[in-house]
Design a protein. Structure first.
Length: 361
């Protein structure tokens, strides 16, 4: 096979978008390509003939890279692959890079210098950080939604108690407090939803909140200056309906039972899908209200088992906003549950309407 002329390789190295630098045995730069110039800002005239330590944060770091080439090699010549270090560009900014390099030796095995191919990994690190932050945002939103669901349910029960038991003066006085709690809960819910959206989109704005300190701009609208009117008391007819609530969070189970039980539902609560299946095998229920994310059996698996064993039994799935890593919603929508899936925290009035529509007929 005919070998390509040396000039072909030189042109390839010169035009490579990656940083390619070669030094002699004294560490003097003897080759510096276009990719290095584009990334580091120095032109060839500024670098050629100078010591390679100029592009490192310190001479010690340059020696560390050379030592890695010598110590991590195998065979002849020695080399290192994807060794992470940092260069310093002309503006003094440190640039994270991954170096694949080789010691160059002559026919007698004497070291003549080295050549290194360095890839700028700033974009890769930024991408990894965004992925990590996105996972953190989604996890945080999910974990906040469960206690938020409990708070929404308990505030609803408190509001009902006041309507039924408080005098007109007491109701008017306490109404403002309950309404303030509801308003703040709506703010928290909006924040959680926005965090989930931003994690899904992978894009967000920033703004300064202290001199030199930046924060994520959630892009939320200013809160309403006037308090919206409270909804009218729920008129759903759910008395006598038996609902099986399935959720591994005991506070969710308790608050759901409180909301449904106060309207006359018979509520059975289980902590897992397997417990729910065992119960349904022995007792009749009118509706199953289940969380999506559970340790032993997710909501989709429970839905499929119930559909197989008890065809026609209504199933409603709940999931925290934007928390659906296993695409449960997509799968269940494809199997007929499109209009019965909702995200936590749900409006208690909507919950009762859902129970009535699915199990009250």
């Amino acid at each position: 096979m005919k070998e390509l002329p040396k000039v072909y390789f030189e042109r390839l190295l010169e035009s490579s978008p990656d940083i390619v630098i070669a030094v002699d045995r004294k560490g003097t730069v003897i080759f510096y390509n276009d990719g290095a110039e584009a990334t580091l800002g120095y032109n060839a005239e500024e670098i050629l003939g100078t010591h390679v330590s100029r592009i490192y944060p310190s001479e010690e770091e340059a020696r560390r890279v050379m030592a890695a080439m010598r110590n991590h090699g195998s065979g002849d010549p020695e080399f290192v692959k994807n060794f992470e270090t940092e260069f310093v560009n002309k503006d003094g900014k440190q640039v994270p890079v991954a170096i694949s390099g080789s010691i160059i030796v002559d026919g007698k095995g004497r070291e003549q210098g080295s050549v290194g191919f360095a890839k700028d990994i700033q974009a890769l690190r930024q991408h990894e950080q965004l992925v990590t932050l996105g996972e953190l945002a989604v996890g945080l939103a999910h974990e906040i939604n469960n206690p938020l669901e409990v708070l929404v349910n308990h505030v609803e029960m408190l509001e009902r108690y006041l309507r039924q038991k408080a005098s007109a003066d007491e109701y008017e006085r306490e109404h403002d407090r309950v309404d303030a709690i509801k308003r703040e809960l709506r703010k928290i819910q909006s924040i959680v939803e926005r965090v989930g959206e931003m994690a899904d989109e992978g894009d967000y704005g920033r703004r300064e909140y202290l001199p030199g300190r930046m924060m994520t701009d959630l892009g939320l609208q200013e809160p309403l200056t006037e308090t919206p009117a409270l909804p009218a008391p729920v008129q759903a007819q759910v008395s006598g309906i038996t609902v099986l609530v399935v959720d591994d969070d005991p506070d969710i189970r308790s608050s759901m039972a409180g909301i449904l039980g106060s309207e006359g539902c018979k509520v059975i609560a289980t902590a897992s899908g397997l417990e729910a299946l065992r119960y349904v095998e022995k007792q009749s229920v009118d509706l199953v209200l289940t969380d999506v994310v559970m340790p032993d059996m997710d909501g989709y698996e429970l839905f499929r088992e119930l559909r197989s064993r008890h065809h026609g039994l209504p199933v409603v799935l709940m999931t925290a906003y934007y928390y659906d890593k296993d695409h449960v919603i997509k799968r269940t929508k494809a199997e007929g549950l499109e209009d019965v899936i909702y995200k936590k925290p749900i409006d208690p009035a909507r919950l009762l309407e859902l129970v009535e529509s699915r199990a009250g007929g």
